[in-house]
Design a binder for this molecule. Structure first.
Ligand code: PGA
Length: 251
């Protein structure tokens, strides 16, 4: 069955102490609550193990924001999928537009990362999305199709079924401009159809597709009320418990 997920992406924010405080605060706020969605926090690598240890990981899943495209060895400064998994993290965000744009992560690199994440038992939260010029030119459907096909469509059906997809229009990330609920729904339906054409209706139907891009407590309800918007990947508003909780409670 398709899961609802609200995932935070802390990006390169919080010192270790701040991150611990934020994670523990969220853990506290969620105690005893009956939730209609899974909750995930994507923290910096340096925080993963201690956060996974300090919170109830049955309630809050922990995610890395990246992993290496190599298994192990002489790759100074890299963090492997196996290392991420060994911290107690269960997810890894891959293909975020900031990774694609600033660190030149190609479809091919991302394909390798997805494979390594899956081989190490991590659930990839795979991000796709068009830039503003592409949307204005009406190319957004083709862009997301390409991103999905080029990095994911060599996976077996069994492996594909383990993924979470996050549609994040680049023009909406950190800008305060959100896609309307109708725009999100339209492209989520499209992505689901693309998946169905490759893997069949059942896998497409069960695939969790999150929306990301300036999602907050004020717009979350409308977005997640759409039948094909199964939650969100939240940047800025995941950095405080007070802002993140209303999004979790939007379901
Ligand atoms: P934002 O970021 O919520 O700050 O727009 C979303 C993301 O980049 O995942």
């Amino acid at each position: 069955m398709r899961k609802n997920i609200i995932a935070g992406n802390w990006k390169m924010n919080t010192t270790f102490e701040e991150g611990m405080e934020l994670a523990k605060g969220l853990n506290e706020a969620l105690k005893g609550k009956t939730l209609k969605c899974d909750v995930v926090i994507g923290t910096p690598f340096t925080h993963l193990a201690c956060i996974a240890d300090a919170i109830d990981t049955n309630v809050i899943g922990v995610a890395a924001q990246n992993c290496a495209d190599k298994d192990k060895g002489a790759y100074t400064g890299e963090v492997s999928a196996a290392m991420v998994a060994s911290t107690g993290a269960k997810y890894v965000i891959l293909g975020h537009s900031e990774r694609r744009a600033y660190y030149h992560e190609t479809a091919e690199i991302l394909k390798t990362k997805v494979n390594l994440a899956l081989a190490n038992g991590l659930t990839p939260i795979f991000c796709i999305g068009e830039v503003l010029e592409e949307r204005k030119a009406g190319k957004h459907f083709d862009v997301v199709d390409g991103q999905v096909k080029d990095s994911l469509f060599d996976l077996s059906a069994e492996d594909f079924a383990k993924l979470v997809i996050a549609y994040e229009p680049v023009w909406a990330i950190g800008t305060g401009v959100t896609a309307t609920a109708d725009e999100a729904e339209e492209i989520h339906v499209h992505i689901r159809c693309t998946i169905a054409a490759r893997y069949g209706e059942e896998i497409a139907d069960n695939c969790t597709i999150l929306y990301g891009g300036s999602m907050n407590g004020a717009n979350a309800k409308e977005l997640v009320s759409k039948p094909n918007v199964d939650g969100g990947l939240i940047g800025g508003a995941s950095l405080s418990v007070d802002k993140f909780m209303p999004i979790i409670e939007a379901f």
